[in-house]
Design a protein around this ligand. Structure first.
Ligand code: DGJ
Length: 731
């Protein structure tokens, strides 16, 4: 169904009644963007100005709304029309003026397959300058995507200095902002603060590895801090692989306005007449049932609409990095493959170090850019390894870092102009001994595409590609972009990356792609559209991972989160942990192994085999079910707990972790969520440490009521211990 409203001229009475269910005054109108439980409503006033009037619980009737005076600023505030708060748009017009004053022109809405698409056309009062606001309402998941296009028909180019994806207004007594911060090997830590008057921004200016220090995601509690299962909260994320900025301004009227989009920092962007500037999508959801429901909305929406092959169950990976690093040959890898296969692993992924001949990649100092297999290490090529891996019943995956180049490489020697520099007279800065290729250049995009295309063409049986990126933009100079477009580099880099992603997705629909950037530097929905999963962190210490995964699952689904069992003592932190604890923490996402399995003791190998088998049995619940956060690792009592429930509620998995010493404390009751009310579940402890009795209910049938309202006692007294229970509905 499509309905078009153009200054009230083309609209018929019957259509009005059909769409809005009431008769509107001649010059004012309501635009209702909705999902099953949420409404985002705009009002066009008599002066044809567009204002948001509501975002929150779905209104069953909008009758009378038209009479309310909106409390919020214009829906897409622009600079120069009297507005003194943050703006979404600043444009320097062809005549040099900075004023833009946008008015409603028309809008249309369509509804297809549970997705309502709304386009609102705005135009400047005096100039041929146009802004379209787009909103997609995903009915079932209560998620809205918002983005904007900007174009003009002025005589010469227009320079855009601000170009947000969306602006959203909130009205509450207090605002509490939960967001994510970190560093390399400590990503997605949670912090929450009450917003005071002024502006709080979440942003990055790194260009690549954009999500390592902050993530373009948030949860904004209204009135008081939302709990997991109660309170009002808006959660969202910007789908963009470049610089981002999310600004939250609390003003003198106690309103909070969020303006989110590409970070305009040093990014003025010039558009010629008729050229369209399109912003990335802001994804958001509202829940009045607490934070957990907001996370479930985002997870299930992503699996259906934004994560590549979100409905497909993911295989178990063995990644060679922490087991072998750069030091391997065919014999070493074959030994790892043998034991990986015997454990039940499904894909063997060869990480960094397999390429470069003139400049062999034996450490991070050489070889990046020279994507030919190193003949000394792998005399039978990748093909020899694939044959062996497949012979052992597994698939083969490979690591690449195609955007990067070591100065010590044939590529750098031959293609200096492809490297992002700092002008001619300044020395370019290296990070991890490497430079960055200029993806704003279509030739470089072709090169990056061809790196992967050639590898996959030569080895069509490769099933999985890990795409890494281990530096930021940092230098700022493109030999491709003209002098007056140098400030486009931040944005064009991200566009170039997306072009390559798109082409690969189109031409390789059946390969699995992992996005990695020194760990969690590309954990965002822009990349996830084209990738199946991300590597959340190079910190694989299970104690640390409990926190990293806890933060990550606020916004991103467990199926996309690669969680690997690595060595003890851990290579980053030196902490020793049991194999069970490492497995139990890695069970919370897409399970993988990242150690030398051939070096495990028999006892550990046996445990690993059983654990991998158990994961296969329960992975559909973990990868496709709903996740509930029960006990936060951030609380003082030294536990963390989550449970997963399958869509049909027939199966559930409870995971409990202790990360402190609990003396003889007996009060550690864990209450579950999401089970079918009135149902009875049979309990089975999995990944059991032989001889240890952690619960008294193993093998027993227990009602959902008890799990939800009474809770069960788990015997975890020591730090770094854990428990996993599988619940199967018996009636
Ligand atoms: C950084 C990644 O996060 C690691 O997993 C590994 O792939 C290394 N790069 C390889 O250089």
């Amino acid at each position: 169904m499509t309905y078009i409203i153009r200054n009230n001229k083309k609209i018929t009475l019957s259509l009005l009644i059909l769409v809005f269910g009431f008769l509107m005054p001649l010059n004012a109108q309501i635009i209702h963007i909705n999902t099953n439980d949420n409404s985002l409503i705009f009002k066009v006033d008599k002066a044809k100005k567009l204002h948001q009037v509501h975002y929150g619980k779905r209104l069953s009737s909008t009758q009378g709304l038209i009479h309310l005076t909106p409390v919020f600023n214009e829906a897409y505030p622009s600079f120069g029309n009297g507005q003194s708060d943050e703006v979404a748009l600043i444009a320097k017009h062809a005549d040099g003026t900075l004023v833009t004053d946008l008015y409603y022109e028309s809008h249309e809405q369509t509804l297809n397959d549970g997705v309502q698409t709304t386009t609102i056309h705005l135009e400047d009062e005096k100039k041929p300058f146009y802004v379209n606001l787009y909103f997609k309402g995903y009915k079932q998941n209560n998620v809205i995507e918002a983005w904007t296009t900007i174009h003009h028909k002025e005589k010469t180019s227009v320079r855009l200095d601000n170009f947000a994806s969306a602006s959203l207004g909130f009205k509450a007594v207090e605002y509490h902002l939960l967001h994510f911060y970190g560093s390399h090997a400590r990503e997605m830590q949670i912090t929450q603060e009450r917003l005071s008057n002024g502006i709080k921004t979440i942003e990055t200016k790194r260009g690549v590895r954009t999500t390592e220090y902050e993530n373009p995601s948030f949860m904004l509690s209204l009135n008081k801090p939302a709990l997991e299962d109660s309170g009002e909260v808006v959660a969202g994320s910007l789908a963009w692989s470049g610089n981002f900025k999310l600004a939250f301004q609390v003003d003198d009227q106690e309103r909070c306005q969020m303006i989110a989009g590409i970070n305009p920092f040093a990014s003025s962007y010039t558009i010629a007449p008729d050229e369209v500037f399109k912003t990335p999508k802001l994804i958001f959801t509202y829940s009045n049932k607490g934070k957990n429901q907001a996370s479930i909305n985002l997870h299930q929406w992503a699996k259906k609409y934004n994560l590549r092959d979100g409905n497909k169950t993911r295989p178990i990976v063995l990644n060679s990095w922490e087991g072998a690093y750069f030091t391997f040959d065919e014999k070493r890898l074959k030994s790892m493959i043998d034991s990986a296969a015997s454990m039940g692993v499904e894909i063997f992924v060869l990480d960094d170090g397999w390429f470069g001949n003139m400049h062999p990649r034996n450490n991070s100092k050489a070889g990046l850019g020279d994507w030919q297999v190193n003949k000394k290490k792998l005399p039978n090529g990748i093909k020899g390894l694939i044959d062996y891996t497949e012979f052992k019943g597994m698939k083969f995956g490979i690591w690449v870092e195609p955007e990067m180049v070591n100065p010590k490489s044939e590529l750098a020697e031959n293609r200096l102009e492809w490297i992002i520099q700092r002008g001619n007279e300044r020395q370019a800065l290296l990070q991890r001994n490497q430079s960055l290729l200029d993806l704003s250049n279509p030739e470089v995009q072709d090169f990056v595409y061809n790196v992967i295309d050639n590898i996959l063409k030569d080895n069509p049986r490769i099933a999985y590609v890990k795409w890494d990126a281990n530096r930021n933009i940092q230098n700022f100079g493109s030999t491709y972009l003209s002098a007056n477009k140098q400030s486009h580099l931040w944005i064009e880099y991200a566009h170039g990356l997306e072009n390559v992603y798109k082409k690969l997705t189109k031409n390789y629909p059946n390969k699995i792609f992992q996005s990695c950037a020194s760990g969690g530097g590309r954990v965002e929905y822009g990349a996830l559209k084209y990738t199946h999963e991300f590597w959340p962190s190079d910190d694989t210490d299970p104690f640390e991972r409990i926190f990293i995964q806890w933060g990550t699952n606020h916004i991103f689904p467990p199926i996309a989160t690669a969680t690997h069992v690595t060595n003890s003592p851990n290579h980053q932190t030196g902490r020793e942990t049991s194999l069970k604890f490492r497995f139990d923490v890695a069970f919370a996402g897409r399970l993988g192994i990242e150690l030398s399995p051939d070096k495990l003791k028999k006892k550990d190998l046996d445990f690993a085999k059983k654990a991998i088998n158990s994961y296969k049995d329960v992975r559909d619940v973990i990868q496709h079910g709903d996740l509930y956060r029960l006990l936060s690792p951030y609380d003082d009592d030294g536990y963390a707990a989550i449970n997963y429930v399958s869509k049909d509620k027939k199966e559930a998995i409870l995971m409990v972790y202790s990360h402190a010493y609990h003396r003889r404390l007996e009060r550690n009751l864990v209450r579950m969520q999401g089970l079918e009310k009135g149902a009875i579940y049979r309990v089975e402890e999995i990944n059991k440490d032989e001889g240890k009795q952690l619960i008294t209910v193993n093998g027993k049938d227990i009602s959902a009521d008890i799990f939800i309202n009474v809770g069960i006692k788990v015997g975890l007294r020591k730090p770094l211990t854990s428990l996993i229970l599988k619940l199967t509905k018996v009636n």
